[in-house]
Design a protein around this ligand. Structure first.
Ligand code: MOS
Length: 734
């Protein structure tokens, strides 16, 4: 069965997103586009201190404000239960504290009250009239202050092999360098939003969510309901980048308020609070110690990181996750520690761990190569691991050398003069830099349902989501591939917990997880169809159903062809249906994706201008299901990586822990004018059939990993300045 999935159908081609037209014409409903009858609007009142307690709330003016229905706060809120927040049980949340649980303040921008009114404007106007008094304590405002105040706590994902310390001193060459990365905040265009309604003890909530099933399970725990009494819907999402993987306090607040007032409630998180109460990528400090022998082979590698977390929960940014297995090194230590600060709880942001981790590792590799006078490409080729030494397993499929070579050739790396600042054109100094990229390939269990209908269409349901990446489209491609139905005859419905349980859209695992379930359900539907065709009343009643073939929407045997629609109509049946439940990945291999980025920067010292002129990336992610959406994912990740390299940093006031640039104007992300004129993505397309029958590993996150290091390495080549603290603002080069 292994590679039978791929025929002459649309898998591997590049059809446009089947939901694209609805999205660009405004016909696709996002969470806050839902307006159930009699809906009221919530608006939050948010803490203006980062640490302390609420000592009083003056609500008189707000209560008298037009349209106000109720005002919730820590003395006026129903008693709820915490979610166990278990990844294994599928009810994970990052911030386990419930909104309005008590009067404690752990971060600026924390919910301290929720005003509910008849219109959005009335709710907002009244919320601004709520006056809060606080008893404030000195905030722990950043990583340095946290470490100084109370040290660190050990995190997860640590790894040790050999004796890294013992093989460092006395090695032929060594470096000991420290990198830092700032808080980065997810800024999807669509803000977090909930629309919650109750019918008796049944809750329905529209949410901008990357994981409806997990949110349903968490809400069931929090409200003490059977999961079947909670329905979460998220048909369209204006992206999330990880911030919408797990539910945040606003969804609990909206649901509770709706139950209390007996009306549906809509609650949108304003942009400034998307910097505080819906997660962020935490600040990191990473110490890298590398040593090689005379020949330039790594003999010792230590990657020790500290990240900031909140006072309510421990979030570990696993910066060394890739370091464990990318390079061959017998003596290696990876450790993760956290320190508590007065910020909201961090969460996964595109390529969590690996994005900041590979900035440090791939910068350090460049520094090490420079130290011993070896070309950084050659240094990597000499040190790439051929098997996963951390798991003691072979890789299922690893083409990192080919990816590196292909990208290098396309980029023209051989023209690089290794001497710093030696390549010039006009006013500009040219820098070439490169870095590896890497991400784990994951696959989880999944259910799906496929119906072949008598109207000639297929109808597919799965409670996973399409966060803008193209999941609707690749699912339709899969059904089309197996049935021969054209894409426009395949209806795909996702993002609703009333469908069979599917995975969160995260970890780059949605494709590898859902497609096997979709394929299995399609085969089940075809099997049921064959059963009808070979039954007493069927067109093939004397034929063994195993000898029937299904192709191009027809059942065939011995030259006889019958349209599947006629099989169903002949028996007055509405559909042939298939349901499947597929398993997660096995542990026979280390499943990972690989690649390399090459970057050209241009530094104009006269006007202190830095720009990225070219990017060439080659990525090995297994089989590509949709060549267009796959390329879009890598291109988008490259741009986000440039943002990480040059622009993104959530700044907190060191005196009080308050975020300063918590808006779209001052939190800088790349705009069109910042796009490099040339971005070339090479997709290697080697099917990884040990991983799944499609050979697809997933592509959402790998593109951002290593990008910031490739830029930093190019900046060093151009300017001689080694920037170890992101982002690389131009001021740091002057
Ligand atoms: Mo991704 S950070 O797993 O949404």
């Amino acid at each position: 069965m292994s590679d039978s999935i791929i025929g002459a159908g649309p898998i591997g081609s590049g059809p446009r997103r089947i939901d694209g037209q609805r999205k660009v014409t405004g016909a696709a409903p996002y969470a806050a586009d839902h307006h159930p009858d009699n809906m009221a609007y919530g608006y939050g009142v948010f803490s203006t201190i980062a640490r302390g307690t609420v000592t009083g709330l003056d609500l008189d003016a707000a209560r008298q404000s037009p349209g106000v229905i109720d005002i919730f706060h820590h003395d006026h809120f129903p008693e709820l239960h915490r979610s166990p927040a278990s990844f294994a049980q599928g009810n994970k949340v990052e911030e386990t504290r419930l909104p309005f649980e008590d009067n404690h303040i752990y971060y600026e921008g924390q919910f301290v009250a929720l005003v509910v009114a008849d219109t959005f404007e009335n709710a907002r106007a009244a919320a601004r009239k709520v006056s809060v008094s606080y008893k404030s304590s000195d905030a722990i405002a950043n990583l340095d202050q946290g470490v100084k105040a109370h040290g660190t706590t050990s995190g997860s994902g640590n790894h040790e092999r050999g004796d890294a310390a013992g093989n460092f001193d006395g090695a032929a060459h060594s470096i000991d360098v420290t990198y830092t990365t700032p808080v980065e905040t997810h800024n999807p265009m669509e803000m977090h939003a909930s629309v919650a309604s109750w019918e008796g003890d049944r809750l329905t909530i529209f949410e901008s969510s990357q994981g409806v099933v997990v949110q349903r399970n968490a809400l069931a725990k929090i409200f003490g309901l059977p999961p079947s009494h909670v329905r979460v819907e998220s048909p369209f999402i204006g992206s999330g980048f990880g911030s919408k993987l797990w539910m945040w306090p606003h969804a609990v607040a909206a649901s509770a308020a709706a139950r209390e007032i007996g009306r549906p409630v809509q609650l949108v998180v304003p942009r400034p609070q998307m910097f505080t109460t819906t997660g962020h990528r935490p600040e990191t400090r990473q110490r890298l110690r590398l040593a090689t022998d005379e020949s330039g082979r790594l003999v010792s590698l230590r990657h020790e990181s500290i990240n900031t977390t909140s006072f309510t929960d421990q979030y570990v940014e696993t910066c060394g996750s890739v370091t464990k297995s990318l390079y061959s090194c017998p003596n290696l230590l990876v450790s993760h520690e956290t320190t508590q600060v007065n910020r909201g709880t961090p969460t996964s942001m595109r390529a969590p761990g690996a994005a900041p981790g590979l900035f440090a590792l791939e910068s350090a590799i460049d520094e090490m190569a420079h130290e011993i006078g070896v070309d950084p490409l050659e240094f990597r080729m000499n040190n790439y691991a051929d098997r996963d030494e951390s798991l003691d397993l072979d890789f299922s499929s690893n083409h990192i050398r080919e990816a590196t070579e292909k990208a290098a050739e396309k980029f023209g790396w051989q023209d690089r003069n290794p001497e710093v600042g030696s390549m010039r054109e006009g006013h500009e100094i040219i820098g070439y830099g490169m870095a590896a990229c890497n991400w784990e390939a994951l696959k989880r269990e999944c259910e799906a349902r496929v119906s072949l209908r008598a109207d000639g269409t297929a109808f597919v349901t799965c409670a996973t989501q399409d966060i803008g990446t193209g999941t609707y489209t690749i699912i339709a491609q899969t059904v089309s591939e197996l049935t021969g139905l054209p894409l426009e005859k395949v209806t795909v419905r996702l993002g609703d917990t009333s469908y069979p349980a599917g995975p969160v859209s995260g970890g780059s695992w949605a494709t590898a997880t859902t497609l096997p379930a979709i394929a299995a359900a399609t085969r089940e539907a075809i099997k049921e169809l064959k059963g009808y065709a070979t039954s007493e009343k069927g067109d093939f009643k004397d034929v063994d159903s195993d000898s029937l073939t299904f192709e191009n929407g027809q059942l065939t045997h011995d030259g006889q062809r019958v349209d599947y629609v006629d099989v169903l109509k002949g028996q007055r049946l509405a559909s042939a249906d298939g349901h499947a439940h597929t398993k997660g990945a096995d542990d026979k291999y280390s499943y990972r994706s690989f690649g390399a980025h090459f970057v050209e920067v241009r530094w104009d010292p006269g006007i202190s201008n830095l720009r990225v002129a070219r990017v060439v990336s080659a990525i090995d992610v297994g089989r590509v299901i949709n060549s267009m959406t796959a390329r879009n994912q890598v291109e988008g990740a490259i741009v986000m990586g440039l943002g990480m390299a040059h622009f993104e940093a959530t700044e907190y006031d060191a005196r009080n822990g308050r975020p300063v640039n918590n808006n779209y104007a001052e939190y800088v992300v790349p705009v069109h004018a910042d796009q490099p004129p040339e971005v070339e993505v090479i997709l290697l397309d080697y099917p990884d059939l040990a991983f799944n029958e499609f050979g697809a590993r997933g592509i959402g996150e790998i593109g951002i990993t290593g990008m910031a290091a490739a830029v930093a390495n190019a900046v060093h080549h151009a300017t001689g300045k080694r920037i170890r603290d992101l982002p690389i603002f131009k001021e740091k080069l002057m």
